[in-house]
Design a protein around this ligand. Sequence first.
Ligand SMILES: [Ca+2]
Ligand SMILES: [Ca+2]
Ligand SMILES: [Ca+2]
Length: 264
Amino acid sequence: MRRPTPYLTNVGLTNVGLTNVGPTITGLTIAGLLLTASMPAMAATITVADLAPNDLVVTEYLANPIGISDTSGEYFEVYNTTLNDIDLAGLVVRDDGSNAFTVTALVVTAGGFAVFANSDGAALGLTPSYVYGGAMSLTNGDDEIGLYRPDDALINKVVYSDGDSFGAGVAHELDVLSASLPSVTAGPAAGSNFVAATAMLNLGNFGSPGAAGNTLLAAPAVPLPAGVWLLSSALAVLAWRRKRINGVINGVRVKTSRADLRVT
Ligand SMILES: [Ca+2]
Ligand SMILES: [Ca+2]
Ligand SMILES: [Ca+2]
């Protein structure tokens, strides 16, 4: 009976640490040998209760939109610094006063952004991930945007003392996302963590909701070298042996060609 055509798993590459590499590997080419692999996404969905400080970071906010009322044009952006999708249901967003809301349903992908707005964003030309309506306002002067777990543990918080320091309609973008960033960051009037947005939105506003804009994103939270080194080593050995593996490996008969690696 003809066997199905497995890839890679029959040559022992399941032990090379690919779970640290990324969501999906669909193909690799090395030394002219194409290895076709299909691996399940490693990113599991975690919950808000699982989060550590700075797993989510506030990367942008527009406290003083122009050409539109503040009650319809304010927004802020959150970045997922982890390698996992995060189910944000239960995330508490609040300031140090009375503004607060709890996210009911939203998933932010690994290394992805979520945009929270007080309106549908159509006038500004943005598409919010979540609309919180009147539950929260971003005062143009002093205010806070804090992200908390359901047990009230702080995930990330920005504190600003001049939400209009770059001029009306210019969003504040986090300058550099860093693993050493404190969980409480200062707005531009009290520190240098934020820079002015330069990407154009509607009505003369500037911002990059849902994109990095001027924010320099850090490397992934989990370093890759061990897995990459193991993968490179294994593939190098495989490439070196490619003329020798027209035979049986792990009890499975295999035959290489320039295009791929197949069981025969
Ligand atoms: Ca507020
Ligand atoms: Ca405002
Ligand atoms: Ca942005």
